[in-house]
Structure formats: C-alpha cells, structure tokens
Design a protein around this ligand. Structure first.
Ligand code: NAD
Length: 336
C-alpha cells in the first residue's frame, strides 16, 4: 500500500516514520517545498524526496539535494496521500485528478471532507472512504477522554477550557512570548470541531494562548448522565487506548514533568502519542466530573493517521485490531 506524504513538516515527518513502522503500508515518497535540513534528513532516512512544484526543483539541485521528481510524479505511484501542508494549501483537485485517496489534518475545516476521524469513535465510517480529515491535536485530545465517558456513563454537558501552547518548539516566529492571550471568539471552534465526530455531545469550549511550546493543557468539567465515582472514571480511562494516567503525587505536577517522562520513554523525538490525564486531579462532585489533561500537540494525531489509512484502504475491518497494531508498532501500551 503506497502512501505519499505531501508536506514533510511537524506532522508529515512523524506520520512518515509511523507508516514506516507498519508492515501493511509504506511511504512511497515525501514532498518538500524548500531544500531545508528537513529535506536533507528525509533523504538520509531513505525516503524518496519530491518537490511540491516544478519551478522549485532547481533550488534543490543547487543545494545538492537529490530529488526523485515533483508531486505530480509522486502521485502516479500513490494509493493514498497524507496531506501535512499548512491549512488552505488547496490540493483537493490535484488529488482528485490523480485518483488518490487523501487524509487532511486539523487545520482544514470539516466541510473539506465531511468526515472527521477518531480511531475509537468512528473507524467504521472511514472504512473504504476516499477522503477524511484527522481533526486537530486539541480536538483529538478531547475526543479520546470524552468518547470513553460518553459511551460508558453518558454526558449531559461539557465545558472545556483549553490552555494552548503558543507555538511548536522549532517555531521562532509565533507568540506570545510574554503574555496570556484570550481567544476572543467565544465559544472557541474546538467545541464544534469535537461535534464533527460526536454530533450528539453538548460541549462548549473557550481558549487562551500561553507562552509555552511543549504542550496544551485542558481543564474539563463534564456533567455525567449516569452516576460514577472518580475511581470508576480512572479505571475506564486505564482501559481506553492512548490515554496515559500520571500522578502529581509522583512528581508530575506540570507539563514540564510530563515531557520529562516522555523523554525518559526514549521514543523518537520524545513523542507522547497518548493524552495525559492527572489521576489525582480527577474528581466527581454532585454528578459532575472534573479533570485536567495534557496534549503533546506534535504527536497525538499520529496514530490516528495510521488507523485512518488502514480503514480507508480496507486493510483491517476491526478498529480494535488496527488500534492494537498501530500502538504496538509505536511503543504505546496496548489497551486491547
Ligand atoms: P508545518 O509548517 O510544520 O509543516 C508543513 C509542511 O508543509 C512543511 O514541510 C512545508 O514546507 C510544507 N508546505 C508548505 N506549503 C506547502 C505547499 N504549498 N505544498 C506542499 N508542501 C507545503 O505544519 P504542521 O504543524 O505539520 O501542520 C500541518 C497540518 O497539521 C495543519 O493542518 C495543522 O493545523 C495540522 N496540525 C498541526 C499540529 C501541530 O501542533 N503542529 C497538530 C495537529 C494538527
């Protein structure tokens, strides 16, 4: 199964490595727009490198970086393309013309594909689909924990406050670097984005941006339909894929220690694919569940991209099998 990565950036390069770790799909090539260190790294890792547009090929030749052709050439041998380009790059027609299936990322609107994907929540809807969108890191984080609770206990109402990282660690252009910036569009777009996968969930979200690069942090308040204790919710999440429980009592008191834990796991790039929930920050009072969770924005959507490929290419019918296979390959403790 030949998968192309168009846009070998933060998400694209991680998805490329994750695909390489599977035995039922392979990366046929990746694209770059400029001859950067990432382009050179792609070649040194053994990926065939293509240039997103013909007029930029000369720049790669001048830099002495070997390319195999253009995006157009790459798509000839491609079954499915993972689009990791910045939002609004506008490749839909190109992919349609080439007859390849396509996965977009969370910068795009739900309306681009009318199918937003989460492995546990709607794998079946993606089975055999021609295109879909893996929603943003924040939305994926909310979906992981809330879907499990919605299914087991029901949810009447959810309010989530998203404390968002200002930029990815490599990005020196974005801010703020010394301010807290409220997102004045209230409620924020994250609630409707969660509803693009779970349409029946009554959820509102608001967001602020803070000067950190390593993780997002969510504070979630959720009114339960059926009674549950905090211990029951924690046990539920322990049995749910891609959720990692940590304890403040063991010294994990902030996102800094979460990322130190991620470094200790010694995965490539210290990626934390799981959503981190503070076990000793979970509480249920008068039927309302309170919790904090942290999201490694560069990593959590990666396993979802792999499962989406498996579903769209009809490589595995059973979502649990796909999730298990993906998680085993990425070193994520398996829940099934
Ligand atoms: P990025 O800027 O790190 O990478 C984008 C890549 O696309 C770069 O390699 C760039 O050279 C390339 N590119 C730019 N314009 C292009 C074009 N016209 N054609 C082909 N390639 C082009 O971006 P990213 O953070 O990986 O974001 C990609 C998508 O993933 C966006 O939809 C974003 O919203 C989403 N996303 C990002 C994060 C995150 O935290 N970084 C998390 C989840 C989802």
């Amino acid at each position: 199964m030949n998968v192309a990565i168009n846009g070998y950036g933060t998400i694209g390069k991680r998805v490329a490595d994750a695909i390489s770790a599977q035995d039922d799909m392979e990366v046929v090539g990746v694209t770059k727009t400029r001859p950067t260190f990432e382009a050179r790294m792609a070649v040194s890792k053994g990926f065939s490198l293509y240039v997103a547009s013909r007029e930029k090929v000369a720049a790669f030749e001048e830099a002495g970086i070997e390319v195999s052709g253009t995006l157009e050439d790459l798509l000839v041998d491609t079954d499915l393309v993972v689009d990791g380009t910045p939002k609004g790059s506008g490749y839909r027609e190109v992919y349609e013309k080439s007859g390849v299936k396509a996965i977009w990322q969370g910068g795009e609107k739900h309306s681009l594909t009318n199918l937003s994907f989460n492995s546990l929540a709607n794998y079946d809807a993606a089975y055999g689909a021609d295109c879909l969108r893996v929603p943003s890191c924040n939305t994926t984080g909310l979906l992981r924990t809330l879907y499990a609770v919605q299914i087991s206990h029901g949810l009447d109402e959810v309010l989530a406050v998203m404390v968002r990282r200002a930029a990815d660690p490599w990005d020196t252009k974005r801010g703020p670097i010394n301010a807290i910036e409220p997102v004045l569009k209230v409620p924020s777009h994250h609630g409707p984005d969660v509803q693009s996968v779970l349409p029946d969930l009554n959820i509102q979200t608001i967001a602020v941006k803070v000067p950190t690069t390593i993780m997002h942090l969510h504070t979630v308040i959720a009114k339960l339909r059926d009674k549950a204790t905090a211990d029951e919710i924690v046990d539920l999440w322990k049995a749910t894929p891609r959720i990692r429980l940590v304890r403040g009592a063991e010294g994990v008191t902030s996102t800094a220690q979460v990322m130190e834990l991620a470094r200790d796991l010694a995965r490539p790039r210290s990626d934390l694919f799981e959503i981190v929930v503070w076990e000793d920050g979970v509480n249920v009072e008068d039927g309302t569940l309170y919790y904090f969770q942290a999201v490694h924005q560069e990593a959590d959507v990666v396993p979802e991209n792999v499962d989406a490929i498996r579903a769209m290419m009809e490589l595995e019918r059973d979502k649990k099998e796909s999730i298990r296979k993906t998680d085993l390959s990425l070193g994520i403790p398996t829940a099934f």
